[in-house]
Unconditional design. Structure first.
Length: 192
């Protein structure tokens, strides 16, 4: 369990931060960038939730995803198969990925097939849900780059979860846009 009695510790004043294993890394380290970007995704969800009030089911999904993103961050902050200070390791699981897939299928089942690309926009909630996958894909790129670096690793389920999550956000944005009726569609060559 995390206990935060003091918010500032001064230990990062030298430009380093501690991973979950206690190892210190520069704040620009790729692993730190990866889980920092996962934190950005979580912040975008928080804003989307402010605008999605009234859809209790979607808000519940987003709340669960916010919690799961902390699991992704915990997974990322322990390199290799390292253990945390309490000896435990929190990995993202396949069941978390499967839950996301079920939610995507559930929401997408109520949407008409697309005939064009969707431009970000529509309602405020949808606009933020369109922003979320762009940040999510950046996190995924960082995670894959980290996985491919010698001496580094990222659990496959964490990468899979973040990959599915960007799909979820796209479908959720369309769902929030009056089940796709308020989607703003790309019109190829419209302004030539």
């Amino acid at each position: 369990m995390v206990v935060l009695n003091r918010i500032y510790t001064r230990t990062g004043d030298d430009g380093t931060t501690a991973l979950g294993s206690g190892e210190r890394r520069p704040k620009y380290d790729l692993r730190v960038a990866a889980y920092g970007t996962v934190d950005e995704v979580n912040a975008v969800i928080g804003i989307a939730r402010l605008h999605a009030v009234g859809d209790i089911a979607l808000d519940g999904m987003l709340a669960r995803i916010q919690n799961d993103l902390f699991d992704v961050g915990a997974d990322l902050c322990l390199p290799d198969k390292g253990k945390g200070p309490g000896g435990a390791r929190l990995d993202v699981t396949e069941s978390q990925v499967e839950w996301l897939e079920r939610q995507i299928d559930r929401l997408n089942g109520e949407l008409a097939p697309l005939r064009s690309f969707v431009l970000p926009g529509g309602s405020a909630a949808a606009a933020y849900l369109h922003l979320a996958p762009t940040v999510c894909r950046r996190a995924e790129r960082l995670m894959v780059e980290l996985k491919d670096r010698p001496g580094e690793s990222v659990t496959p389920a964490a990468i899979k979860y973040v990959n599915r999550l960007s799909d979820f956000f796209f479908v959720a944005a369309r769902f929030t846009n009056d089940k796709g009726a308020a989607d703003v569609l790309w019109v190829p060559g419209q302004n030539r």
